[in-house]
Design a protein around this ligand. Structure first.
Ligand code: NI
Ligand code: MN
Length: 228
C-alpha cells in the first residue's frame, strides 16, 4: 500500500486496485506541491466540511468520476452540486467498497461549509478507518483527543494519520496521548505548518513519540512511502 501526503490533512492511499484520496486540499494550500487537477483517484473521502478538507473535492471528484464518500450531509451537498457518485455514511457505520472496508469514526470537531455569506452546517465531523490489503489505516480527521480512540484501535492500527497542529485540533502533547490509546505501528503527523496558527515542530513530536516507543514518520507534502 502506497501512502502519499498531499500536505495539510490530504493523503492518497493507493492499493493494487484503487486510489483513495482523503481530504485533498491543494488550491488554497500554501505548502501544496501539486495541483488539484493532478490528483488521480477512484474514491474521495472527506472527513468533514471545512474548506481546508473539502474545497477541492468537487473539482477532483468530477474530473476523476470518483465516488465521494462522506457523512450524509456532505454527500448530499456534493450530489446536489453534480458529483455523480456519492456515498453517505455516519459514525459507527462501515461499508465494503471494491477496494476494502471504510468505517466512519467519531471525531470531536465541527463541520461546515461557507456558501457565500451563509454558513451551511454539514453534519458531524468524522474520522475514518480504511481497511484494505490486510492493513488498517486510521485518518483521524480534525479532532480533539478522546479516550474512545481505544475503541478505534480494536483490531490494531497499522498507520495513524493524526493532526498535531493545535488551535483547531489536538496539538503535539495530546497527540502523544493519542498514540498511547491507538498504539499504531506507524504514525504520520498532519494538519500543521500550513499557516502560522498551526506551526509545529514535527521533528520534536517524532522524537518525543520515539521516547515512548512509537514510530513517527514525517512526510513532507508530496512525499510517499510504502506501508507493508
Ligand atoms: Ni476542520
Ligand atoms: Mn482542518
Amino acid at each position: 500500500m502506497k501512502i502519499t501526503h498531499l500536505g495539510h490533512s490530504g493523503f492518497i492511499v493507493e492499493t493494487a486496485s484503487a486510489r483513495i484520496a482523503i481530504d485533498p486540499f491543494l488550491t488554497d494550500n500554501p505548502l501544496a506541491t501539486m495541483k488539484a487537477a493532478d490528483v488521480k483517484c477512484d474514491f474521495l473521502i472527506l472527513t468533514h466540511g471545512h474548506e481546508d478538507h473539502s474545497s477541492d473535492a468537487e473539482e477532483i471528484a468530477k474530473a476523476n468520476d470518483a465516488t465521494l464518500i462522506a457523512n450524509h450531509e456532505i454527500a448530499a451537498y456534493f450530489a446536489a452540486r453534480g458529483v455523480a457518485k456519492t456515498h453517505g455514511m455516519n459514525p459507527g457505520g462501515g461499508f465494503e467498497f471494491p477496494f476494502g472496508r471504510v468505517k466512519m469514526t467519531v471525531a470531536h470537531h465541527s463541520s461546515s461549509i461557507n456558501a457565500g455569506p451563509d454558513m451551511l452546517y454539514m453534519g458531524v465531523a468524522c474520522g475514518v478507518v480504511v481497511e484494505a490489503e490486510g492493513l488498517r489505516v486510521y485518518h483521524a480527521g480534525d479532532t480533539a483527543l478522546f479516550s474512545d480512540m481505544k475503541l478505534i484501535a480494536r483490531g490494531g492500527i497499522d498507520l495513524a494519520l493524526l493532526p498535531i497542529g493545535d488551535n483547531f485540533t489536538m496539538g503535539p502533547d495530546d497527540a502523544l496521548d493519542a498514540l498511547e490509546f491507538l498504539k499504531p505501528r506507524v504514525t504520520v503527523p498532519a494538519h500543521y505548518n500550513t499557516w502560522p496558527p498551526i506551526a509545529q515542530d514535527a521533528e520534536k513530536f517524532a522524537g518525543d513519540a520515539a521516547a515512548s516507543g512509537h514510530e513517527v514518520k514525517i512526510l513532507a507534502p508530496g512525499e510517499s512511502f510504502e506501508l507493508v
